[in-house]
Design a protein around this ligand. Structure first.
Ligand SMILES: [Zn+2]
Ligand SMILES: [Zn+2]
Length: 416
C-alpha cells in the first residue's frame, strides 16, 4: 500500500502493473479516441458513439428486439443490390466507352479508372485467415472433441472448422468459394483464458454461426467493398498528415478529390445506417446466447481480458528478447491466473470512459457488460479444468513452436 499522490488515500500496489488510484482515478490513462482506419471503420465508430446508447436503451427495455429481423435489414440488402448493379453497369459501360470514344483522352482515362475499380471490387472469396493454423482431429483429438461439444450445445450442426491465429483475438469467418465456416481463436488469448472464459469465447463465436450472421451479411459486405474501394481511392484524409505545401494545383486537386470523395462516402454512410443496428443487435444476441451456456460472469471476465493487450504485449516482448524458461503459452497462462482484481477494475473504468470496443463491428464493450449484468445467468455448461489442461497440452505438443515463432516474428516486424 502507498498513498495516492492526488487524493492521499492508501492504494494497493501491484508489481508489474500500472499504479493508479481507484478513488480519484489518478493515473488512469484513458487512451484518446482512435481516428485512423478505413472510411467504413470511421463511420462505424461514429455510429457507435452517436447511436450506441440509444440502441442499448431500446434493447434494455425489450430484449426480444435483438432477434427481430428488421425492415432496415431488407432495405440494406436491396440497397446493396443496387450498388452492385451500378458497379456491373459501370463496368459494361466503360467497356463500351473504350471502344466507342477511344479518341477522347478524358473519357478514356475515366473508363480505365472505372474498369480498374470494378476489377478491384469483383466478388472474391475470403482467403483462409493469414498465419492461422487449422486444427484437425489427428493432432488435436481432445481439443476438437471439446470444441465440437460446445458447438453441439450451442445448437450448431457439424461443419464448423477451428483455427488458431497468432494474434490476441477471436472471430468467426468463412473462406473459399465453398464458404466453409471457421472459428478463429488467437493462440495468446487461448492461454490467457480460464476454462470458463474459453467456454464463453467459443459460445459467443458459435452463436454467430448458429444465427448465420456472416452469411446474412454477404450482399452488404460486397456492396461495402465496392464503395470502400471508391472511398479509399479518393480519400483526402490519407495525405492530411503530409507536410502541406501550398500550390495552386495541389489545393485545387485536393478540393476536387474532396468533392469526389463525398459521393461514395455518403453512399457508404447510408449503407451503414441501414446495416449498423442489425449488426450490433447480432452481437448482443450472441452475447445473450453465450451467457446462457457459459454463464454471464465468465463472459464478462472474458470481455475484460480481451482488452488486456498491455499485459500480453510486454510478455511477447520478453520472449522476443531472450529465451525464457517457460513457453509463451505457459507464461500467459500463469500471468492471467494471477491477475490482480484491481487490474480488471482498471480496464473496466477505461472502457467506460473511452467507449472502446473489440473492433468497430462490436458495440462498446462496457455496454455489452452492462447488458449482461442486467440478467445474471448461471453457467449451464463449462469446459472442465482437466479438459482445458489437455487442450493446452495438445497445443504445446503440436503447434507451440510454429505459433510462438509467428507471434515473435510478427512482434519484431512491428518494431522494425
Ligand atoms: Zn487518489
Ligand atoms: Zn461477436
Amino acid at each position: 500500500m502507498k498513498p495516492c499522490p492526488s487524493c492521499g488515500v492508501q492504494i494497493e500496489v501491484n508489481e508489474g502493473y500500472p499504479f493508479w488510484c481507484e478513488h480519484c482515478n489518478w493515473n488512469l490513462a484513458v487512451p484518446s479516441k482512435e481516428r485512423q482506419g478505413t472510411a467504413w471503420e470511421r463511420l462505424e465508430r461514429k455510429m457507435r458513439d452517436t447511436y450506441g446508447q440509444a440502441l442499448f436503451k431500446q434493447l434494455q427495455d425489450s430484449p426480444v428486439l435483438a432477434t427481430k429481423q428488421g425492415m432496415s435489414e431488407r432495405v440494406a440488402s436491396a440497397y446493396s443490390l443496387v450498388v452492385i448493379g451500378c458497379s456491373v453497369a459501370g463496368f459494361l459501360f466503360s467497356l463500351f466507352g473504350l471502344v466507342t470514344w477511344y479518341h477522347s483522352p478524358f473519357i478514356l482515362i475515366s473508363c480505365l479508372l472505372i474498369l480498374l475499380l470494378a476489377w478491384l471490387s469483383r466478388p472474391r472469396p475470403h482467403l483462409f485467415p493469414k498465419k492461422a493454423i487449422l486444427l484437425n482431429a489427428d493432432e488435436h483429438p481432445t481439443t476438437m472433441k471439446i470444441f465440437e461439444t460446445v458447438a453441439e450445445k450451442m445448437g450448431v450442426e457439424k461443419g464448423i472448422q477451428f483455427a488458431l491465429s497468432p494474434y490476441y483475438e477471436a472471430y468467426t469467418s468463412e473462406y473459399g468459394w465453398r464458404r466453409g465456416r471457421i472459428v478463429v481463436i488467437g493462440y495468446p488469448l487461448l492461454f490467457a483464458c480460464t476454462p470458463g472464459e474459453l467456454t464463453a469465447l467459443l459460445a459467443h463465436e458459435l452463436a454467430h454461426c448458429r444465427n448465420n450472421d456472416i452469411r446474412r451479411s454477404a450482399l452488404v459486405s460486397h456492396a461495402q467493398r465496392i464503395l470502400l474501394n471508391w472511398c479509399h481511392f479518393l480519400d483526402p484524409i490519407r495525405d492530411e498528415d503530409d507536410e502541406y505545401h501550398f500550390s495552386f494545383i495541389a489545393t485545387f486537386s485536393r478540393w476536387i478529390m474532396r468533392l469526389l470523395f463525398w459521393f461514395p462516402y455518403r453512399l457508404l454512410a447510408v449503407l451503414i445506417h441501414l446495416y449498423w443496428n442489425q449488426s450490433q443487435r447480432a452481437e448482443y444476441e450472441a452475447d445473450r446466447m453465450a451467457a446462457q451456456l457459459a454463464g454471464s460472469r465468465n463472459l464478462i471476465s472474458l470481455l475484460q481480458i480481451t482488452h488486456m493487450n498491455d499485459v500480453v504485449e510486454p510478455l511477447i516482448a520478453r520472449h522476443s528478447l531472450q529465451k525464457q524458461n517457460m513457453t509463451l503459452g505457459q507464461h500467459l497462462h500463469e500471468t492471467f491466473s494471477k491477475l490482480p482484481e484491481k487490474e480488471k477494475m482498471r480496464i473496466l473504468r477505461i472502457l467506460e470512459r473511452s467507449q472502446q470496443s473489440m473492433d468497430t463491428t462490436h458495440p462498446a464493450t462496457h455496454m455489452r457488460i452492462a447488458m449482461l449484468l442486467l440478467k445474471d445467468a448461471p453457467p449451464a455448461y463449462q469446459i472442465s479444468d482437466g479438459e482445458y489442461n489437455k487442450v493446452c497440452q495438445e497445443m504445446t505438443d503440436h503447434v507451440q513452436e510454429k505459433m510462438e515463432h509467428r507471434i515473435i516474428d510478427d512482434y519484431r516486424a512491428k518494431l522494425a
